[in-house]
Design a protein around this ligand. Structure first.
Ligand code: AMP
Ligand code: ZN
Length: 154
């Protein structure tokens, strides 16, 4: 007798066994033009945002981090916090051990305060790797709030 599939055992809508698709497709749209990059990874979307080459709606800025609104918000408040330097995921950022992960998390909290959701509560998420749902390989904290969050996550 079989058991019902758990939510994490089924494909997301539109999934083809690959999880979510990269917003970049196969090629970064700005890769064919001149860039102002003097650091970072040229084909990385979020390095492009950090460098000011790719437009974003900035919420907060610090010396080593930037917070900007997600282009496809999943909640009334949906802001991404990134380090300005390139780390592929939260594990590599943690391994750097120079306090930058702390700054990213502290900035996520400041976003919640600035957006007025600190008291109600909010969620900070680091999607990591393919099964973790990561589609942009530059570490980012999602700050989500302004509505009740479900658990378990999809
Ligand atoms: P993840 O899927 O966890 O890697 O998160 C990547 C997030 O980046 C998604 O929520 C996208 O909606 C968001 N995103 C993709 N392109 C942009 C962009 N140009 N500006 C802001 N957010 C973006
Ligand atoms: Zn990057």
């Amino acid at each position: 007798m079989g058991t019902a599939a758990q939510p994490w055992e089924t494909e997301p809508p539109g999934g083809q066994g690959q999880g979510r698709q990269s917003p970049l497709g196969n090629k970064a749209p700005w890769a064919s033009r001149d860039s102002n990059y003097d650091c970072g990874v040229p084909e990385c979307l979020f390095c492009g945002i950090a460098a000011g080459d790719v437009p974003a709606t900035k919420v907060l800025d610090s010396e080593r981090t930037i917070a900007f609104r997600d282009i496809s918000p999943q909640a009334p408040v949906h802001v991404l916090v990134i380090p300005k330097s390139h780390y592929p995921n939260v594990g590599t950022l943690a391994a750097a051990g120079d306090g930058l992960l702390d700054e990213v998390v502290a900035q996520a909290h400041k976003v919640a305060v600035a957006e007025g959701i600190e008291d109600r509560g909010y969620r900070v998420v680091f999607n990591t790797g393919r099964e973790g749902g990561q589609t942009v390989a530059h570490v980012h904290a999602h700050v989500l709030g302004g509505r009740p969050m479900a658990w378990p996550p999809g």
